[in-house]
Design a protein around this ligand. Structure first.
Ligand code: 1PR
Length: 568
C-alpha cells in the first residue's frame, strides 16, 4: 500500500501522523498533483474552515487532482473538513463550492437549544447493521469538534442520505457522523482523537483494503426521530500546570489559589503562611499526560504557567513537551500560556499566530489564551467608547490573537482561559458591576452569607487585577471568535471545596460556546454537582488527580450513577 496524506497547511495533522505511527504505518505527504497518481490510499484530515480548505486546495492546484483521484476508485478517507468537501457547499463560506459528490449542503448547527461548536464525545448510530462497520461500533464514543454539519435528511436529500454510514444526534438535530460509498469513507468526528475506539477505525480502514472499495449501503434510508436526549458525554479534563522548578527541571506543579510553592516551615517548626519554599513537584508532564490518557481522561490540558519568557520560540521547552505528549495520547490536547505576540531574545518578532502554529504542528489541538484575551476585550471596548458607541456593541478589528488564530485554524481551536477573583462589596453597591452581583446563599459558605460580590478578571496568572468583569470578558471573547471557555476560579483553585457554581452559572447565562468548569474539585461528587447545577459541557481538575485522591474512572462512575452521559 502506498499511503498518502493530503495536508493543505492548516491545523494539527500531527495527531493523525502519530496515530499511524502508533499503528505501525508509513505514509507520505501529497506535495504536488502527480503524487495522486502514486497514491494507492489517501487520507485527508481536514481542519479549519470549509472555505479556506477549498481555497488552499485550489491555490495549490490540488482540488481537481483530488476529484480525479476519488473518481478513479482508489480508497479515500476524509476526516472532518476532509469529509465536508465531498458535499456541494457549506453555509460557512457560501461562495465556495465543494466536490459535490454528495448532493446536499453543509449548514451551521442551531445554537437555540445547545452550545455551538459541538465539541466533545458523542455516540454514533450505524445505519447498516448487516454491513462492515469500518471498525465503528454503537457502544463507543467519538470526538467531534465542529460548528457545521450535514443534516441527515432523507425527505429533502434522499440521494445524500444514501451516503450516510452512521448518524449522531446533537440537541434535537440528527446529522451524518460518517459517510460511505464505493471507495469513499468519511467521518465528521476525529478518529485520531477518539482514543482506542478511533484507532480501531483507522486500523480497520488501513488493514482491510477490500472494505475500502465496497462500501455501498443497502438498507433504505428512513427519517429518524430525535430521542429526548442526545449522546454527548460530559467531558472530564485533566490539567497539568507546567513550569521549571528551582533546579531548572520542567515539572507539573499545582498551586493553592495559584501559589505553587511549598509552605516553608519556620525555625520553630510551624508552617508559615507566606510560601517561600520550593516549587511543588507533582511529576513529569509527558508521563502524567500518558497516565491520564490511559486512565480515561476525555481531554488533557498542559498549561505553561510561566511562559519561559526567555526561551527563543524554536527552543521553547513546552513545544518539546507537547510533541512528546502528542505521541502518547490520542484524545484532544490543549496547550496554554504565552500564546501572544512575542519578541525573541535576538529581537525577532513572532505573532501569536506563529506561536500557536508551532504548538499545532507539534500536536496540540487547541491553544488556550488568558492574559491576551483580557487585553483584547479591553481594547475592543475602549475603541467603542472612543467612538461614543455602546461598549457592548464593540467588535474586534481582526488583529487580536483570538481572531487571527480562529481565522486560520477555526474557532474550535481557540480556548480562552479565564482567571477571575471574587470582589466582595456592600449589599447596596451601586458600582458598574451592579447588574452582575452574586448574593451569598443561605446554604453557602459562612463567609458568603449575607454578602454580595462580583467576579473580576486578572492577568499574569492572577498577579494583576483588571477593570473588567468576567461576564464582560466572556461575552467579548465569544464575539472575537473563541470556541470554548475554561473558567478557573482563583478563590477555589486547589481548595477542594468544589467548583464555584455561581461563577459558572453567571458565565453560562452570558455565552453560547462550551464552558469547562475549573478549580476546586475535591471529590467525584463535585463533578456531578456542577454538571447538574449548571449544565456545562466539561469540568477540569488538577490537584485531586495529581495526588491520586480521586481517579478519573471514579468520576465517570459517579456521573453514570447520576444519569449523566459519560464515556467509559
Ligand atoms: O496569561 O495566556 O500566558 O496564560 C497563563 C495560563 O497559566 C493561564 O491559563 C493561567 O490560568 C495559568 N496560570 C498562571 N499562573 C498559574 C498559577 O497557578 N500560579 N495556573 C496558573 C492556573 C489553574 C488551573 C488549575 C485549576 C484546577 N491554574 O489550571 O488547573 O484551577 O485546579 P484544582 O483542581 O487543583 O483546583 P497566559
Amino acid at each position: 500500500m502506498c499511503l498518502y496524506f493530503l495536508d493543505y497547511g492548516a491545523g494539527n495533522v500531527q495527531s493523525l501522523a502519530n496515530s499511524l505511527k502508533k499503528l505501525g504505518y508509513d505514509f507520505q505527504w501529497i506535495t504536488c498533483p502527480d503524487d495522486f497518481h502514486k497514491a494507492t490510499s489517501l487520507i485527508f484530515p481536514g481542519v479549519g474552515a470549509f472555505g479556506s480548505a477549498v481555497d488552499a486546495l485550489v491555490a495549490k492546484g490540488l482540488l481537481e487532482p483530488l476529484r480525479e483521484y476519488i473518481a478513479s476508485g482508489k480508497p479515500y478517507f476524509g476526516i472532518c473538513i476532509g469529509m465536508q468537501v465531498l458535499f456541494q457547499s457549506s453555509t460557512e463560506n457560501p461562495e465556495k463550492k465543494g466536490l459535490g459528490l454528495i448532493p446536499s449542503p453543509i449548514e451551521e448547527f442551531s445554537n437555540v437549544d445547545k452550545s455551538v461548536p459541538h465539541m466533545g464525545w458523542n455516540a454514533c448510530d450505524l445505519l447498516d447493521s448487516d454491513k462492515p462497520a469500518e471498525g465503528a461500533d454503537r457502544s463507543s464514543h467519538y470526538y467531534f469538534v465542529h460548528s457545521y454539519r450535514a443534516a441527515y435528511d432523507p425527505s429533502n436529500y434522499p440521494e445524500a442520505a444514501e451516503w450516510a454510514h452512521a448518524v449522531t444526534q446533537y440537541g434535537q438535530e440528527i446529522f451524518m457522523a460518517s459517510v460511505r460509498k464505493a471507495n469513499v469513507f468519511g467521518t465528521q468526528f476525529h478518529p485520531e482523537k477518539s482514543g482506542d475506539a478511533g484507532l480501531k477505525i483507522i486500523s480497520a480502514w488501513l488493514s482491510e483494503p477490500e472494505l475500502q472499495r465496497s462500501g455501498a449501503p443497502s438498507t433504505p434510508r428512513v427519517l429518524r426521530t430525535p430521542r429526548p436526549r442526545d449522546g454527548l458525554t460530559k467531558r472530564i479534563v485533566a490539567c497539568m500546570d507546567v513550569r521549571s522548578n528551582d533546579e531548572g527541571d520542567l515539572v507539573v506543579t499545582k498551586g493553592d489559589q495559584y501559589d505553587v510553592r511549598e509552605k516553608a516551615p519556620s525555625a520553630a517548626g510551624t508552617v508559615q503562611t507566606n510560601s517561600s519554599g520550593a516549587v511543588r513537584n507533582l511529576g513529569k508532564p509527558v508521563a502524567l499526560a500518558a497516565k491520564y490518557y490511559q486512565a480515561g481522561a476525555d481531554e488533557l490540558c498542559l498549561m505553561n504557567i510561566t511562559s519561559f519568557r526567555h526561551s527563543p520560540l524554536r527552543d521553547q521547552p513546552m513545544v518539546a513537551v507537547v510533541r512528546a505528549a502528542a505521541e502518547e495520547v490520542f484524545v484532544p490536547l490543549t496547550i496554554g500560556g504565552g500564546i501572544k505576540d512575542t519578541v525573541e531574545p535576538d529581537g525577532t518578532r513572532r505573532s501569536a499566530l506563529e506561536v500557536a502554529g508551532l504548538y499545532f504542528r507539534a500536536g496540540a489541538d487547541k491553544v488556550s489564551i488568558a492574559s491576551e484575551a483580557v487585553y483584547a476585550v479591553e481594547q475592543m471596548r475602549r475603541k467603542a467608547k472612543e467612538q461614543s458607541l455602546d461598549e457592548e456593541s464593540a467588535l474586534g478589528d481582526g488583529t487580536s490573537a483570538i481572531e487571527t488564530i480562529a481565522k486560520a485554524y477555526g474557532r474550535q481551536a481557540v480556548v480562552v482561559s479565564i482567571d477571575p477573583r471574587r470582589v466582595y462589596v456592600d449589599l447596596d453597591y451601586e458600582g458598574p458591576y451592579k447588574g452582575e452581583l452574586v448574593f451569598g446563599r443561605e446554604d453557602g459558605e459562612e463567609k458568603e452569607r449575607g454578602k454580595a460580590w462580583w467576579y473580576q478578571c486578572t492577568v499574569r496568572g492572577g498577579r494583576e487585577d483588571r477593570p473588567l468583569s468576567v461576564a464582560q470578558l466572556a461575552r467579548g471573547v465569544e464575539k472575537l471568535g473563541a470556541g470554548e471557555i475554561v473558567l478557573n476560579s482563583i478563590d477555589r483553585d486547589g481548595t477542594g471545596k468544589g467548583f464555584d457554581a455561581d461563577l459558572v452559572q453567571l458565565v453560562r447565562k452570558n455565552v453560547r460556546i462550551p464552558i469547562v468548569a475549573s478549580s476546586g474539585a475535591g471529590s467525584a461528587a463535585h463533578f456531578v454537582d456542577i454538571f447538574q447545577k449548571t449544565g456545562v459541557e466539561a469540568a477540569l481538575a488538577a490537584g485531586i488527580f495529581h495526588r491520586g485522591e480521586v481517579d478519573i474512572h471514579e468520576v465517570k462512575q459517579a456521573l453514570s450513577n447520576a444519569d449523566l452521559n459519560a464515556r467509559s
